[in-house]
Design a protein around this ligand. Sequence first.
Ligand SMILES: C[S@@+](CC[C@H](N)C(=O)[O-])C[C@H]1O[C@@H](n2cnc3c(N)ncnc32)[C@H](O)[C@@H]1O
Length: 296
Amino acid sequence: MSRGPSDEQQFEAFEIGHMVFLVLDYNQPNPLFRAPIGDSPKNILDIGTGQGSWAIDVADLYPSAIVRGVDIFPPPVTWMPPNCVFEVDDVLREWTWTESFDFIHMRLMYGAFPLEGWDQLYKQAYDALEPGGWIEQMEFDVRVSSDDDTLKKEHLLWGWGAMFIRCAERAGRSLRTHETMRSAIERAGFVDLQEEKYKIPLGPWPKDKLLKEVGHLQYAHWNAALEGWAMWLLTHFGEPEPWSNEEVQLFLAKVRMELKDPYIHAYNPANRVWARKPTKEELKAKEANFKVETSP
Ligand SMILES: C[S@@+](CC[C@H](N)C(=O)[O-])C[C@H]1O[C@@H](n2cnc3c(N)ncnc32)[C@H](O)[C@@H]1O
């Protein structure tokens, strides 16, 4: 929605966020994504690439592929593998890539577009994919939960996400992308939809070693990202009226205290969805069916 007061700090947050996801799926054969794209993809696109870490790692993993990372801001990277290309563009504008993609990826794009923008984007992605190509998206729920009632109504974190969702709605953006993406991807024509749900611990409270590490990283991620998430939104669309800079700072200082509280066992829900564009044969069969159904 807004990059916040300091790009450097936001890029640091993106980098830590990337590590959160890598550790979260450490036990998966490929922690970078789940779509079964085969061993020799040719063209991969990362939409809203941010710091570019995902695109760089995927380019390293698939030397056969050209991996493009696109963002409205240039990623602050000085080195990238030769098969990784960064481009500055607004993905809601007409796409000018001439090649078709085998795989299109998005992560943490919540709040980037209004709902019609999302429909347009999935349609553009569908059109730009090879038949049989894959799309994948991973998003957080900005709301914070706990399963053992250690997060209570009196905590600021309790109402944090719901307030952000309301403020973002006033700004014409939805922060419910993790809820809406599955049906929007299906509406765009994708098939074979699959979904994985996660609980990302906020702080190192879990007993499980891997989740404890994820919680450490997610705490650092929040710490680095907090001001960028909150400052622009609350000073423009805060409730009941826009907040002052000082009010936001004070609020964030209290939130930071809660984040450090080892007795609050909070987590962010997150979802990953991946789906396939129909193959040439499936598209032909669909077209033939459509002709039969609509013929007099
Ligand atoms: C929260 S960041 C996520 C970065 C990265 N995907 C990751 O997982 O670390 C969202 C990114 O989307 C980019 N973005 C927002 N609107 C965009 C648009 N219309 N076209 C291209 N990129 C956009 C922002 O500049 C930002 O870098």
